[in-house]
Design a protein around this ligand. Structure first.
Ligand code: G4P
Length: 282
């Protein structure tokens, strides 16, 4: 399987982010807890090299808790302040508030020594599309602060959302497109639905997911679809098609339909909480 993917608006978004980054103290970066490596755009490390860094493992409700723990340790080891979050339910948000203050401790101390008191730290949210930035911002800012309009505390020009007396958030998140030279990274992004069908056809993605599931989470496919977890992924997908009554007009098994069912089930957590990558210590 070979594919190329290069969205055109990448350069513009990156430029905008570069401009906005000058205004902030701390970069709050979201990754998908199911693929905390592949959903992390490496450009951000360069862009935010002078900033304090908070990494959010988002959608932890969809990921394997044990693997998420391992990722938390991995990124802590790389000097990130790490939070495990479910933005949809607002879980872990308090911890993010705390971590932002801890991350900026040094700056606050510097401010204090220069006689600057009570200046809130300024933060920016960034991440690849669909990682949960808007959901997180809503949860983090809360209803009261979400609509900033003409309220006091909102600076003219750039819009800042005043979270509380300690934090202000830039209202435009930094959008970074996923980046991959490595085909495995592209595939994992496709598993979670971050790469469109036109670039990576569903059936091919499903055929790649099957051996991964059999290896890492044996029994999951057998339980859900009553299939034999055999080596040939085509045979497995074919059995899923048979057992789910997916037939073409000519009464052949419709593996495209079966592939769609499998991916939908994975993305809706009907196969359970499954992480698609584990940290590898260099
Ligand atoms: P973005 O701004 O980074 O592009 O992402 P956005 O917030 O739009 O979130 C993308 C999808 O991910 C949304 O689902 C959102 O509800 C979901 N999401 C965000 N955070 C979490 C989380 O922690 N856990 C889970 N399970 N889902 C999360 P959607 O299907 O596009 O819309 P909807 O289902 O909310 O209607």
């Amino acid at each position: 399987m070979n594919f190329q993917w290069y969205p055109g608006h990448m350069t513009k978004a990156r430029r905008m982010m570069q401009e906005n980054i000058k205004l902030i103290d701390v970069m709050v970066e979201l990754v998908d807890a199911r693929i905390p490596f592949s959903s992390k755009n490496p450009d951000i490390d360069q862009l935010a090299r002078d900033k304090y860094r908070v990494l959010i493992l988002n959608k932890t409700d969809m990921a394997d808790p044990e693997v998420t723990e391992a990722w938390e340790a991995y990124y802590k080891n790389k000097n990130f302040y790490v939070a495990k979050v479910n933005s949809q339910r607002g879980e872990g948000i308090k911890e993010v508030r705390r971590l932002i203050q801890t991350a900026c401790k040094e700056k606050k101390e510097r401010d204090r020594k220069r006689g600057i008191l009570n200046r809130p730290v300024r933060a920016m949210i960034a991440g690849i599309p669909n990682v949960g930035k808007s959901t997180f911002i809503n949860s983090f800012a809360g209803k009261a602060c979400a609509k900033t309009g003409n309220k006091p505390g909102v600076t003219k020009g750039k819009q800042w959302i005043k979270i509380n007396k300690d934090v202000e958030l830039l209202d435009t998140p930094g959008i970074l497109w996923p980046k991959f030279e490595d085909q495995q990274v592209g595939l994992r992004l496709a598993f979670i639905g971050s790469i469109k069908e036109e670039i990576l056809p569903t059936t091919e993605v499903a055929l790649e997911l099957i051996p991964f599931l059999i290896r890492q989470y044996p029994g999951v496919l057998a339980d859900r679809y009553q299939v034999r977890e055999q080596e040939d992924p085509h045979a497995v997908l074919d059995e899923i098609a048979v057992n789910r009554g997916c037939l073409t007009k000519g009464s052949q098994t419709d593996i495209d339909k079966a592939g769609k069912i499998l991916l939908d089930d994975y993305r809706s957590v009907r196969l359970g909480r499954i992480s698609l990558e584990r940290p590898v210590e260099e």
